[in-house]
Unconditional design. Structure first.
Lengths: 563, 355
């Protein structure tokens, strides 16, 4: 094993070591050292217990609700043949990649006090105040989680159901089981592992949810993630934040182990058959009612929040401040025009336009950094030896740590100068793209690696035997495939960085906010104008992210980059 | 017992089954033989109640089954690739049908043991079905179908996935079990050897219709059409023209035929009358042929393959015969084809009329 094999790992090892493993070790030290453990009194223990309990409680409720919608939806996609199915499927999949601030803004535009439904009802019945209280309730948290994670159930359970051998159910019928008994005795037991796997994955995402709780749950609700943020940013109790982080990491680790055990179990149980043969049109009124009802429900759940956001950003629906009588309605571009103005004139409140510029710059830096670090490693992993197989899991570890934990690690580690004589990194705006790179890197590697591995040596040899020089071989054989994959990876990194909220909310400087941070600030401010600007910014973010998702779908190799 | 009347079924707007009618008598094994895609499996699924026919009736001892759902018909079906429940043990798989009948536990245990003994699987109770070999899985599938004591057993290409030797062995066992239990059975296959080995009666399915219904020996000895002879692999099918028979009073209508083919002139005795100049198909059986200098068939040897205790000799005109000794490739030979080895077949467009 010479230097040539180690070389591609040099950059990544240094980077992950310094900006991931070292901060993680600092959290570990801070959380476990005797001084901070002694600092934990009964009240903070009780407090930790309450936070942990609520984290579990909301994750459990969210998971159950997600299954309640996701299982019938999976049945719809796996068993029925309907027009526009792929569009509907894409619609349910988009939320998974949308930034949390966009989702929060979307639900706000639909169900918030200034949202379409409340304003509509107020207008219709002449009410003084919004009749539906949605934002800052548990329901808002649950609904947003369902919105995010239903696609996981549809994919995991739907795939299993589509590939389930239909003859197993028929065999049960011929052995004397009626439709209900055949379902309970055969279909359901066979689907148990995929349902469990999907539920656990959904639970994991709900358990580590941050933006949704902070933005839609409001100050009344705190999960571990939110509490780490509050302790670190508002109360400055870093040791307690570190303890919470460790609890969080342990839970995540336990769920991940459980999940991978279920997944390895899962492959045994189902007999793969051609999925197409299971599809059929709805027959009879019961099935037609089911199919129609599910389509309506999915459209309402997924289309309404995403559609009301851009519509709300160009609609004036309320009176100007202080003029109760003169309500003006109509289309407006005011909210977008205001993005260039710094109304508050404060040092920490920059015009929203600058936040967008910051975000774009951070995203560009993230793309360059993660490609520069990821490409050599992905190339090495495409032809894995012992070294590669050994190091591969370490590259994926950042996926397991939450963004808030990463942010906390950055705060703890970089609040003092790294090298004497230099300023501490914490004041540098560079910290944000560094955090984003840590988060984007596993995705970048995982989308580059299969593309690079997919180029068989025989192709190169064939080109060479036909008289192509090594340089021409690379340009004719490698480049077309590598270019597509690199583009997809770059867009991926860009989108991740643009929407990232968890780590950014801890490490970004107030004077250099990103777009999500600005949206969060404006959403928590009173006033119609602030609200409108939040809508406008979230619409821009949604547009850019949506474009990114579509481009990734186009450039992605089939089968690569699945979760 | 089972009676099908005029069953028709479309598949993707094309007729798959057209007016199928047949009956299965008590303890009779009927074999549905047809090429893949001929609709035999669909016919089984219709009988089982898994799919409705577009037209026609199915009766069991006179009772119309149209309103009886699959789970109340008490018909057993052994699926292609078995469709065993992967989440259940061997015992639980076999006990499934008995549990659906809500039998008491001891009886279930006893009946499962019985079924396992029938298929030589005793001692496999606790095993997972995913750990079993193909042949063992096949036995579990059979035991699972047998245990609830069905009124009718159906087999959908049950041996398709197994190797030759195991197939022959299981086929013998299956025949023994069917005779012992006296359950009427419908056996679907595309393999004619399998069909002839297991069936009391063979039904040939072609283009959605039953073109032949007879005992294995009838079907083997008296093929009706060129398609039948080809599909069953009975021998060489060649086209020829009826010629005058010298010495007959009326040369236009001939009974003892003389037929001219590209391979030579053949004389045969056909029970029917033919017009001189009429085109006919002849079946030349490949065995019972000998080399003879004055033989009525001549050809150049293209290929010689050792086949069991004989040689399969293929001629350049595509005909093949089994000979006790091997001629050289490229040699021109003359063969004596006996009258008993030649049959006259109907054209494919006259299926069912006979010769």
């Amino acid at each position: 094993m010479g230097f040539r094999r180690l070389f591609p790992w040099l950059g990544v090892s240094l980077f992950l070591g310094l900006f991931f493993f070292y901060p993680l070790a600092r959290i570990l030290w801070l959380g476990l050292n005797p001084a901070s453990l002694a600092n934990l009194d009964l009240s903070s223990l009780r407090f930790t217990f309450y936070v942990l309990r609520f984290t579990f409680y909301q994750a459990l409720l969210s998971t159950l609700l997600t299954l309640l919608i996701g299982l019938p939806a999976a049945t719809l996609f796996a068993r029925f043949d309907l027009r526009g199915k792929s569009m509907l499927r894409l619609l349910t999949a988009i939320p998974f990649m949308l930034p949390t601030v966009v989702v929060a803004a979307g639900f706000n535009a639909l169900l918030g006090p200034r949202g379409w439904i409340n304003l509509g009802l107020m207008q219709l019945f002449g009410l003084e105040s919004p009749p539906i209280v949605f934002v800052y309730t548990l329901w808002a948290i649950l609904l947003a989680h369902v919105f995010y994670n239903t696609t996981i159930v549809i994919r995991v359970v739907g795939n299993a159901l589509a590939h389930l051998d239909p003859r197993l159910e028929q065999a049960a019928r011929l052995l004397g089981a009626d439709a209900r008994r055949a379902f309970w005795r055969v279909t359901l037991p066979l689907l148990r592992p995929p349902i469990l796997a999907a539920a656990l994955l959904v639970f994991l995402f709900d358990f580590t949810s941050f933006g949704v709780i902070l933005l839609l749950g409001g100050p009344r609700f705190a999960t571990l993630e939110v509490e780490i943020y509050i302790q670190a940013i508002q109360i400055f109790d870093l040791p307690l934040a570190a303890v919470l982080s460790l609890i969080q990491l342990l839970c995540t680790l336990a769920f991940s182990v459980l999940y991978s055990r279920i997944v390895t179990h899962m492959t045994v149980a189902t007999a793969p058959r051609a999925a197409a043969s299971n599809l059929r049109r709805a027959r009879g009124w019961r099935e037609k009612l089911f199919v129609g009802g599910m389509i309506a429900l999915l459209l309402a759940l997924f289309l309404l929040p995403m559609a009301s956001l851009p519509l709300r950003s160009v609609a004036r629906l309320e009176s100007a401040r202080g003029e109760r009588a003169a309500v003006s309605y109509g289309l407006t571009t005011d909210y977008y025009a205001e993005l260039f103005v710094n109304r508050l004139g404060s040092l920490f409140y920059v015009p929203p336009f600058e936040a967008l510029a910051n975000s774009l710059i951070y995203a560009a830096v993230t793309v360059v950094l993660s490609l520069a670090l990821g490409f050599p490693v992905a190339s090495a992993l495409a032809r894995p030896g012992r070294l590669e197989r050994l190091l591969d899991p370490f590259l994926m570890l950042p996926l397991g740590a939450s963004a808030v934990t990463l942010g906390l690690g950055f705060i703890i580690t970089f609040n003092k100068p790294l090298l004497t004589g230099h300023g501490s990194l914490i004041t540098s705006p560079l910290l944000v793209p560094l955090a984003h790179t840590i988060i984007a890197l596993p995705f970048v590697i995982r989308s580059l690696q299969p593309a690079l591995a997919s180029i068989p040596d025989r192709l190169r040899q064939a080109a060479a035997s036909l008289g192509a020089s090594p340089r021409r071989v690379w340009f004719t054989v490698d480049w077309p495939i590598v270019a597509r994959a690199t583009l997809a990876a770059a867009i991926f990194a860009f989108t991740v960085s643009l929407g990232e909220f968890g780590a950014t909310s801890l490490v970004s400087r107030p004077e250099y906010p990103t777009l999500p941070i600005a949206i969060y600030r404006f959403l928590s401010q009173p006033g119609g104008l602030n609200y409108g600007q939040a809508m406008a910014m979230a619409t821009i973010l949604m547009g850019v992210t949506g474009l990114g998702i579509l481009l990734i779908e186009r450039f992605r190799l089939p089968g690569a980059g699945e979760f | 017992m089972l009676q099908l009347l005029d069953i028709s079924k479309d598949y993707e707007n094309k007729p798959l089954l057209r007016g199928i009618s047949f009956a299965v008598a008590a303890n009779e094994t009927v074999c549905l033989l047809g090429a893949s895609g001929s609709g035999k499996s669909t016919l089984l699924r219709i009988i089982a109640g898994l799919e409705p026919p577009e037209q026609g009736t199915i009766r069991w001892e006179g009772q119309d089954l149209a309103s009886v759902p699959a789970h109340l018909r008490n018909f057993g079906l052994v699926f292609q690739d078995y469709a065993l429940f992967p989440h259940l043990s061997v015992f639980e798989n076999i006990a499934f049908g008995l549990k659906m009948q809500n039998l008491p536990r001891p009886e279930i245990r006893q009946r499962v043991q019985e079924a396992m003994k029938q298929v030589n699987l005793s001692g496999f109770e606790r095993r997972r079905v995913t750990e079993l070999s193909g042949g063992e899985q096949q036995r579990v599938a059979l035991a699972r179908a047998l245990a609830p004591r069905p009124r009718l057993l159906m087999f959908d290409e049950p041996l398709g996935a197994l190797d030759r030797a195991l197939r022959d062995h299981l086929l013998d066992e299956l025949r023994g079990i069917l005779h012992a239990t006296r359950i009427p059975a419908i056996y679907v296959t595309h393999d004619q050897e399998e069909a002839f080995a297991i069936a009391d009666r063979v039904l040939l399915l072609h283009e959605g219709m039953i073109v032949r219904d007879g005992s294995p020996s009838e079907v083997w000895n008296e093929p009706h059409s060129a398609w039948e002879a080809r599909f069953l692999g009975l021998g060489n099918v060649i086209e020829g023209v009826v010629r005058f028979q010298v010495g007959k009073a009326c040369p236009e209508l001939v009974e003892g035929l003389k037929v001219e083919t590209p391979a030579g002139f053949f004389e045969l005795d056909c029970g029917h009358t033919h017009q001189a100049g009429e085109k006919v198909n002849l079946l030349l059986r490949p065995s019972g042929v000998r080399l003879a200098a004055d033989g009525n068939l001549r050809g150049v040897v293209a290929d010689v393959v050792f086949h069991q205790d004989q040689f399969k000799v293929t001629l350049e005109n595509g005909l093949y015969f089994y000979l006790p000794e091997a001629p050289h490739v490229g040699e021109e030979i003359r063969l004596c084809v006996l009258q008993s080895g030649i049959q006259c077949l109907a054209n494919d467009d006259f299926i069912g009329l006979g010769c």
